[in-house]
Each structure stands twice: as C-alpha cells, then as structure tokens.
Ligand binder design. Structure first.
Ligand code: TRP
Ligand code: SF4
Length: 491
C-alpha cells in the first residue's frame, strides 16, 4: 500500500520504516556518532530520519556557516507538537546556525480561509511568544510570509519550475484546488531556500526539522533547488571504473563555463555544456596508494585537509595501509573536493546572476500520539496539551491520559505494562524527563510489573505543571521583549 503523506490532513503514520523505502529518508541513528552532544530527541530516537543531515553535522563540527529554517501555519493553539519543532530550531541556533522562522500566513489564508489580522494575532500570541519563551535568540529572523518581499519574489520565480502535473502528483491537487493554495506551496519552498540568498550569505546547508507529513514540501523544494541552479555537480564513472566529478551547465553561458575552468586547478576538461574534473597536479601521491581522485585544491582549508590526510597516509606506510584506511582517505578527499567545487560553482553562478542552491537537509520526528490514544486533534482539547493550558488543567489532562497499563493492578504486577504504547511514558520521553537513566529505569520497572501507572501519572503531572507554569511566565517576559526581536510583519 502507498504511504499517504498529506500536509493538510492530519495523516496517521504508523509504520515509519516505509518512509525509508518509499521516499529515500535515511535512518538518523547511523549519524549519531558524528553529532557533537546530540539533542535528547536524537538520543531517544524521537528523531528517526533525515535527508542530507551529514552536511549539517559537519558544519556544526567545523564552524562553517549553516542555517536552520522552519515554518508554522498559524492555525490554532500552540501545543507540545510545536514545541518539538521549536526545541530543534533553538538547539541548532545555539550551535551556530543562523535561524529563520516563517509564520505561514499565506498558507492559513489560502487553506484555512483566515484573515490576515487573525493570522497575525495567532502568529504572535501563540507561536512567536512560545518560540521566544523556549529560548529563541534575537539574532534569528522571524517573518510573516505575507510581509517578506524576498520570499514572495522567490516564490514567484520558483513557480516557473513547477507545473500542475507535478503538484497533483505530490499533493494530490485537483481541478478544485485554488490558485492561492498552489502559491502557498511555492511560498513554502521559498521559505526553505531563502537562507541561501545572497543577502543572507549565499549558498549553505540548511536544515528543516519537520514531522513526516511535511516531507512532500521538502521533496518539491529539493527538486526546485536543482532546477534553479545554473550548474549541477554530478558524480560519474569512467568505463574503467574511476569516479570523477562533472559539472553540468545546461543552458549556461559559455563564459560561465570558461570562468569555472579557470578557477578549478588540475586536470579539467571543458565541453559544450559541462566540465569534467579529472585530476589535479599532486594526485600522483595518491596513486601510490592505488587511489585516483579528482582533487582541485583552491581553498586554504582544503589544502590543510589534504596535508592532514597526506601526513596520515605517509605515516601509515603502504604495506600497512589497510583497505579501510584507503577508503577513509578516499572518502575524505572526495567529500572535500565536492565541497570546494560547490563553493567555486556558487561563486561563478552568483557572478553570472544565477542561483546556486544546495538541496535543503531535513530531520523527521515521530508524532506525539493523542493523550486519549489515537491522534492528537485540535477539535479534542483533551487529546493534546497546549503550551497555554492552565498548568492545573495540563496536569489534569496527564492524569486522565491513556496508559499502557493493565486493567487491574494484579494483572499489571503479573504481566507488566507497555511503556511503548503509553501516552504518559511518551510525555516523559519527549518532554518531561531530562535524565536518560531515570527514563530507562521507569521503562524497566513498568515492563517487569513493579511500577504502577499511578506513580507515573503523579510524576508526569507534577512535571507538566512545573513546565507549563515556568513556560507561561517566560511567555509574559517574551511579550515585553518582542521589540528586541527582528520580526517582519505584513505591512
Ligand atoms: N506547512 C507548514 C505547516 O503546516 C508550515 C510551513 C511554512 C513550513 N513554511 C515552512 C514548515 C517551511 C517548514 C519549512 O505547519
Ligand atoms: Fe505507562 Fe508508567 Fe503505566 Fe508503564 S507504569 S504503562 S510507563 S504509566
């Protein structure tokens, strides 16, 4: 069966592994060792998938520029589900990302029929106050789509590269879909690509943390990123099996290709519409190890890396040089080469008035389930906890929540509970318990039947009360600090 991913109806995704196969989302787990002090959501597998997050991890490690971008449709109350996204925005901002938050009023206007005024009220009162209260720093940009000229202009330009068949294939749009709804899709793509515009520092990795329902937008945007570019970098293979990089520039002016050729040192071949990067002067060194690599060496950091690799390789004399190490050297040089080429390509593209977008990276987190079992739904206030719920109410909702416990205490002592099907455990796992050990202990006790649901509910309700109380105090402080923030409203 086909997995349905529809951003406008709350889709019920139960089998996340399908997303890996069908949409090419990669498991996040494999990346954990590359991430400096991973977020709780990462450690606890709440974030289960990603696309291209390697680039983000690398930027965090090396201090290279990168961005985090997210959007919120101002549709109703801000709740724990939104907190998950906000937490991730803030976490990346703390690790050096320039942060962009769009309030998707164009989407709410066209899909929900909300007035601009209503969008603004909900946008500020619900989302922006909580975002700031959770720790968003004033150096990030917050904007309403309808007030952001660069996003609107870019959306229009992107529209040239999207046609109706594509939209109906991705979103199931039909003859009934209104034009503004389609425009709001282009606007979201523009949201995601905006951090790479020249005025924000140009080409760079951008991560968009989302729930899997938003993936259609990312697929569309990744495609658009490529279509808007003058050049495309591809990995190719010669008939003898050597890999090399090729820069394709269909329709690019001849002068742009010539300029590229000039800037990439080493063995570079210029053709009608593309350039092949075959070898650079000192690849002789690598050939000693049975490696042949495309290797331009322009930037300083590239040279440092090559020297590091060379030192490593020289110290590990060829006979002791294992296959694994060869692979390691190869990968490292390959990746660096690509990065330098991307930089040169972006520079030249900018000089010739074209974009050079990298496809956006993304992370995917599990949805929280409804407190009563089933889905969270805005029409059932007991199914979710809003960040503005009265703390006492919030605690009450926790106490009424559905658990994974047995019907009778005796049964539970005998059979144990099911923490993985328990919304109270989920609250602790996602939001309330900081210490992994404490969580694991509770899980163990639950499974073995030594823990009863009452004590979990008590603990979670107390923590929820504290959290909401504290958060709401911070929201009031945020209200006073609003003018210190860079917020672009609809004018
Ligand atoms: N479509 C998103 C939602 O329904 C909002 C959104 C707008 C967004 N622009 C975005 C999400 C950019 C991620 C990135 O909430
Ligand atoms: Fe959930 Fe705790 Fe009950 Fe286990 S004991 S089912 S974790 S509430």
């Amino acid at each position: 069966m086909h997995t349905k991913l529809d951003p406008w109806s709350s889709s019920d995704i139960t089998d996340y592994s399908k997303l890996f196969e069908e949409f090419g989302i990669s498991p996040f787990e494999n990346l954990l060792p590359e991430i400096p002090s991973p977020h709780t959501y990462m450690r606890r597998r709440v974030i289960f998938g990603h696309r291209d997050y390697e680039q983000i991890a690398e930027a965090m490690r090396s201090g290279a520029p990168f961005s985090v971008m997210d959007g919120f449709m101002p549709s109703g109350k801000v709740h724990l589900g939104h907190k998950m996204v906000m937490d991730q925005i803030i976490w990346h901002q703390e690790r050096g990302a320039s942060a962009f938050v769009g309030i998707a009023d164009r989407e709410a206007f066209s899909v929900r029929g909300f007035s601009w005024q209503k969008c603004r009220e909900i946008g500020v009162e619900e989302y922006i106050l909580s975002l700031i209260a959770l720790g968003f720093k004033p150096d990030g940009l917050i904007y309403f789509q309808s007030g952001c000229k660069s996003v609107k202009d870019l959306a229009f330009e992107l529209g040239v590269k999207v046609n109706f068949s594509e939209l109906s294939a991705i979103y199931g749009f039909s003859g009934e879909t209104n034009l503004s709804h389609m425009l709001s899709v282009a606007t979201q793509a523009a949201d995601i690509l905006q951090p790479q515009l020249d005025e924000f520092g140009g080409t760079k990795p951008v991560v968009v943390p989302v729930g899997p329902d938003q993936d259609p937008h990312l697929r569309l945007t990744r495609g658009l990123a490529g279509k808007m570019n003058m050049f495309r970098i591809e990995e190719r293979e010669t008939s003898e099996g050597w890999k090399y990089l090729s820069i394709r520039g269909k329709g690019a002016p001849k002068e742009a290709l010539q300029e590229l050729k000039k800037r990439i040192p080493g063995k570079v071949k210029l053709y009608e519409e593309h350039i092949d990067v075959l070898q650079t002067p000192d690849s002789a060194f690598l050939e000693r190890f049975g490696l042949q690599i495309s290797q331009p060496e322009k930037r300083k950091y590239f040279m440092t890396q090559i020297q590091e690799i060379a030192k490593f390789a020289n110290e590990a004399k060829p006979p002791e040089f294992s296959e694994y190490e060869k692979y390691f050297v190869f990968r490292k040089i390959w990746k660096t080469t690509r990065k330098v080429l991307e930089e040169i390509v972006a520079e030249v593209a900018a000089e010739f008035g074209s974009y050079a977008f990298m496809p956006p990276a993304s992370t995917y987190h599990r949805f929280m389930s409804g407190l009563q079992g089933g889905k969270m739904s805005s029409s059932a206030p007991d199914s979710y906890i809003a960040l503005t719920d009265d703390p006492k109410e919030g605690a009450k909702k926790v106490k009424k929540a559905k658990t994974g416990g047995c019907v009778t205490l005796e049964e539970q002592k005998k059979l144990g509970g099911k923490p993985d099907e328990c919304s109270v455990f989920e609250l602790m796992l996602f939001h309330l318990l900081e210490k992994d050990e404490e969580l694991l202990e509770i899980r163990q006790e639950c499974i073995s039947g030594t823990r009863m649901c009452g004590s979990c509910k008590q603990l979670a309700a107390e923590k929820m009360y504290e959290f909401l109380k504290d958060h709401q105090e911070k929201r009031e402080l945020a209200r006073e600090q609003l003018n210190e923030y860079n917020i672009v409203y609809k004018n």
